[in-house]
Design a protein around this ligand. Sequence first.
Ligand code: FAD
Length: 434
Amino acid sequence: MPPQLYTRLESPHKPPLTALVVGAGLGGCAAALALHHHGHTVLTVLDKVREFGRLGDSLGLGENALSLLARWGCDVSQIKRIGNQAPNMTIRRWSDGKALATQPLMDMAGYIGHRGDYHDVFLGWVRERGIDVRMGSEVVGYEDGEKPVVVLKSGEKLSADIVVACDGIRSLARPLVLGVQDDPVSSGYACFRAFFKTTPEMLEDAAVNKYMREDCVNFWIGPDKHLVQNTLRGGEEFNWIITHKDDGDIPESWFQPGDMDEVRRLVEDLDPEIRGIVQRTEKCLDWKICYREPLPAWVSPGAHRIALLGDSCHAHLPTSAQGASQAVESAAVLAKCLNLIGDSRDVRIATRCYEKLRFGRTRQSQANGEDLRDRWHNVLKDVDENRVIDPEDVKIKNRWLYSFDAEEDARERWKDVKELVKDELMAGAISPLC
Ligand SMILES: Cc1cc2nc3c(=O)[nH]c(=O)nc-3n(C[C@H](O)[C@H](O)[C@H](O)COP(=O)(O)OP(=O)(O)OC[C@H]3O[C@@H](n4cnc5c(N)ncnc54)[C@H](O)[C@@H]3O)c2cc1C
C-alpha cells in the first residue's frame, strides 16, 4: 500500500492504552506495528542484546503475514525485493535428484529470505513510526497487576496498561508469568544448517554449481531425512539445511557448531549434483529441533495484563515455514481485541479473547509442519526405486494458511468469544486452552 493511502486507526480509549513489548525479534516488531496501527501507544520495545547481527539463515513469510503488514502501512515490497525470486520449488528424490513434484513457491513459505535481512526491514518499520527500541535491556522480572511492570536487569522498572512478552523460544516470561516449567521436548530431529556466499571458484566448478546459478528452491526427500536448498540474491548466497533423526543431547541453541564429518557421512547416498557443495562446505550449525507442549494459557493469571506472543507461546517446526507469520497474525489479533473493547478497564477481556481466538489456528499451523515432515520422511521408505510417486503425496499443502485474514477472523468471532470470556471471568475460572 503506498504510504500516502495509509491511515492509522483511532483508539477508542481516551487516553489510548499504553503497551510495553519485550523482545524486538520479528514477533516483537510485529506486535509494536500492530499495536501502533490500532491506535495504542507503544512506550518502548525492549531487547536484551546490545545490537542485532545478521543472525539465522532462511525464513519464510507468508501472504497471511504480508497482507496484515501492508494494512498497517508497511511497504512490503521491501520484503519481496530481498527474498528469493524463484517462481517454483521442486521436491526431489534423495538418492538421485529425480523431480517428484514441482509447485509454486507461494504454496510453501511464500517469501523466503534471510532472517537477518527481514528483521532489519521490520526494525526499520518500527523506527519509522517513532517507536522507541531499547537495546541492552534484559527483562528479568514481571509483576502482574492493573499496571503490569517489567523489571530490567539494571533494576529499573517500567509499567504500562499491557505487557506483550515476545521473548522467543527460550522465553523467561513462560515460567515467570505463566508459572510453567516446560523444558524443551526433543522432536527426535535436528538440522544441520549452512549459509554462505558463493565464490567465483564454486560458480565455475560444474561439480558443485548446478543449484547456484540463479534463485531456486529445492528439497531432497529420503527415509528419515530431507535437505532444503535455496539461494538468495540470484545465487550470491547459498543455504542448505538437512533435517535428520537425532536423539542426541546438544543444547537448544541457534549457535551450536555442527560436525561437518557427520554431515559428510549423512549425505554419502545423496544426489551427487547437490552432495558436492554440501561436502565442500566448511562449517555448519547443529540446530536441535525442540518443541514445547501446547500451553494451557498465554496470559498472566492475576490481572490478565501480560500476554505472551510468538515463539514464546507457539513455536513452530521449520517445515511449517510459519513461525514468523503466525507471530504477525497473533500481533494482529491482540491489537484488534484491545481495540474492540469499549472500556480500557476491560483489557483482561481482550487478552483472554486473544488467546482463545489464536490457539486453534496456531495448533493447526504447527501440525501442518509435522505432517509435511512425516510425509517426506516416509513416502520413499521401502519402495522400489522405479515406483512412480504420486506428486500429491509429497506436495506442500500450505495454501489454506495464506488466505486467512486474522483480523477479520477476530472481528467475526469477537462477540461469541467475548461472551464466553466474560462468563469465565465472572465465575473466576478461565478454561485452559488445552
Ligand atoms: C538468533 C536467531 C536465529 C534464528 N534463525 C532462524 C532461522 O534461520 N530460520 C527460522 O525459520 N527461524 C529462525 N529463528 C526463529 C524466528 O526468528 C522466529 O521463529 C520467529 O521470527 C518468531 O519470532 P519471535 O519474535 O517470537 O522470537 P525471536 O525471533 O526468537 O525473538 C525473540 C527476541 O527476544 C529477545 N529476548 C529474549 N529474552 C529476552 C529478555 N529476557 N529480555 C529482553 N529481550 C529478550 C531476543 O534477544 C530476541 O531478539 C531465529 C531466532 C533467533 C533468535
